[in-house]
Each structure stands twice: as C-alpha cells, then as structure tokens.
Design a protein around this ligand. Structure first.
Ligand SMILES: Cc1cc2nc3c(=O)[nH]c(=O)nc-3n(C[C@H](O)[C@H](O)[C@H](O)COP(=O)(O)O)c2cc1C
Length: 326
C-alpha cells in the first residue's frame, strides 16, 4: 500500500467511483431518499437504502415502488438493498431497481429478524451458500449493475458460516464487494465485534470489504478502519441525529459535544421535517417523524418534557411550535 490510508481517499466499487471511504449503512424504516440525501449533504461517499423486499418489487407493490425505490437526483452514488430468497424474483426486482436509477445493488444476508429469516432471506442465507451465490448472480444478471452482499460473521456464537460465505462469494466472482458486520446474527445489534476475523477475511479476498458495527464515534471509526484494513466504513446508528459525524470523519469540522450549535441542530431537524413531508405528506410525516425527534432533541439538552410533548404532538404544526420553528 502506498502511504497512509485515509477515509478521504477515493476508491471504486465494481467500477463505480466513490469519493471517499465513509458510507451510509442500510437502516430499515429509516434509510429512505431524504435520509440518504442528508448523509450525502454531509459528505458520505456512498449511501445505501433501507432493505427492500424483492417480492414487493417484483409484484409491483405500489407503495414499495413509489416510496422505497424513490431516488433523489443529488444522492448518487446510491446502492439499493434488496432482500429475498428466490433468484428469479431477485433478478426481476434487481432489473426494476436498476430502472429506478440505482448505481449498485446490495443484498441483505445479515438481517437477524425472525420474520425475515423465516422466509429464507437475511441471515438465514449464511447456511445456504449455493442459494446465496445464485441470488447474487441473479441480481447482477437482472440489473447489469455491480452487486455487493452485506452479511454477519455467522448465525450463533462460534459459527463462521458468514465468513465462509463471504470467501465463496468473492472467490467465485459473484460479488463486486462485501459489507461485513462482524457479529453473529444471534447478537443482533450489540456485543463484541470480531475485528480480528474481519481483518483475516479482508486480507484474503480480492474485493473491497466495508466494515460495519459499533461505529458511533470518530474514535471508534478510526480504530475499526485501521484494525481491520477495510476499504471503507459504514455508519448506521452513529449517524442518526448526527449527520455531522460524516463531516467530522472527512475533515470538515471538529467533533465533541459542543461542536454543533443549537441553531444548527434545529435547522437540520427542520430540513428532515421538510423531507418527510415531501416523502409522505403532512399527515403520515407527523407520525413518521416521532421516530426522528429523539435523535435530535437529545442533543438540545432540554430534558424529557419536550421529548414527551413531541411524541404526543397531534400535528406537524404543533411539533413545529414546540420546537420554536417559525
Ligand atoms: C434500526 C436498524 C435498522 C437496520 N436495518 C438494516 C437493513 O435494512 N439492512 C441491513 O443490512 N442492515 C440493517 N441494519 C444493520 C446496520 O446497517 C448496521 O450493520 C448495524 O446497526 C451495526 O452498526 P452500528 O452499531 O454502527 O449501528 C439495521 C440496524 C438498525 C439498528
């Protein structure tokens, strides 16, 4: 390797140029076009959609296609994540996702949620490597786009099926890249991260590997990037209510609790609220935003009364009044 690797270095993933090494990870129920656009505004090099059902896309579910496949012209490069277990359905969904404007397709093979695994999708695919390879090939065939897979290291403690599948997907040329969350599925989203196993995999495979998990502060991100030798880092929960983490990692601004002013936080929340209205209309946005308020309002240090009032606000107008937004 020439010189010191930094998060600001450009790279390519399946031939797609990416300006830097900081990526927005997929977040179900959250990672829609305006959340991805927000990450891009703050510097993310690549953004990933929330997971989208390949069946819903294949069967042209109206809401899925209208809302989840919506891509904003300014958010490219964008990777759309699909989940499913049927290669033909996956090929068809991938074709539709490419037509919607995706630059890359990511396949979910890490979701531990029983509702998803029961259908043979998500982390259940770690124990079905032949099907996993067929799905990746089908997505590439259907879309003509580079395909990546996001996975876990295994299903349960001691199980390394995810690492083995990652080697196979890369070795057989079925993927252009991988994203590894080096926890087993049984850990869900907490507990120790196996950075040593991640490093081993990264040294062995000849496709770029993005690292995910526990990336909640600049310090943790730098540690994971250095320890694992990953091509890039994928921010997930650490970016919720803190898009400034992208700026901090990419050298644009300092970090720390007081690095972002109250006025900036409120301006950002207002931007998010406008995005939600554009996405869902006033009425649905008022409900949807209840998930978003706590991430921003915690940073205002106004105490629990405001949080509580926002959760009960009957309309967007009422929420705006509580936040002092004109
Ligand atoms: C609310 C939530 C939704 C998630 N949705 C997805 C998803 O749709 N697809 C996926 O591959 N991973 C998903 N993940 C996993 C994240 O992308 C990420 O790998 C995980 O949260 C670990 O990173 P973190 O500790 O930095 O949050 C989700 C995680 C959370 C907390």
């Amino acid at each position: 390797m020439d010189g010191v690797r930094t998060l600001s270095d450009p790279w390519t993933l399946g031939g797609v140029p990416i300006a830097n090494r900081v990526v927005l990870a997929p977040l179900a129920g959250i990672g829609n076009w305006f959340v991805r656009l927000q990450a891009r505004r703050h510097g993310a090099g690549l953004v990933t959609s929330e997971m989208v059902s390949s069946f819903a896309v294949h069967y042209r579910n109206e809401r899925t296609c209208r809302e989840l496949l919506r891509i904003h012209p300014d958010e490219h490069p964008v990777s759309m994540q699909l989940f499913g277990h049927d290669p033909d359905v996956m090929a068809s969904a991938a074709e539709r996702v490419a037509a919607a404007g995706a630059d890359l397709i990511d396949l979910n093979m890490g979701c531990p949620v029983p509702k998803v695994c029961k259908t043979g999708a998500g982390a259940a695919l770690l124990h079905e490597p032949a099907r996993a390879v067929a799905l990746a090939r089908a997505a590439a065939r259907g879309s003509g786009l580079p395909v990546t897979v996001k996975l876990r290291s295994g299903l349960r403690a001691g199980d390394r099926s995810g690492l083995e599948l990652a080697r196979r997907l890369a070795g057989e040329g079925a993927v252009a890249g991988l994203c590894l969350h080096p926890r087993v599925a049984a850990q869900r989203h907490s507990g120790s991260l196996d950075h040593a196993a991640a490093r081993e995999l990264i040294e062995e495979v000849d496709v770029p590997v993005v690292i995910s998990g526990g990336l909640h502060s600049a310090e943790r991100v730098h540690t994971a990037f250095e320890r694992t030798g990953a091509a890039a880092v994928a921010l997930a929960r650490g970016s919720l209510g803190n898009p400034w983490l992208f700026d901090e990692l990419l050298g644009g601004r300092g970090g720390g609790p007081d690095a972002v002013s109250r006025a900036e936080i409120l301006r950002e929340l207002e931007w998010v609220m406008r995005g939600a209205v554009d996405h869902l209309g006033e009425e649905r946005a008022a409900r949807y935003l209840r998930k978003f308020y706590p991430w921003y309002v915690t940073r205002l240090h106004d105490g629990p009364a405001l949080q509580d009032a926002l959760q009960r606000a009957p309309s967007l107008q009422a929420a705006r009044a509580l936040l002092g937004l004109g």
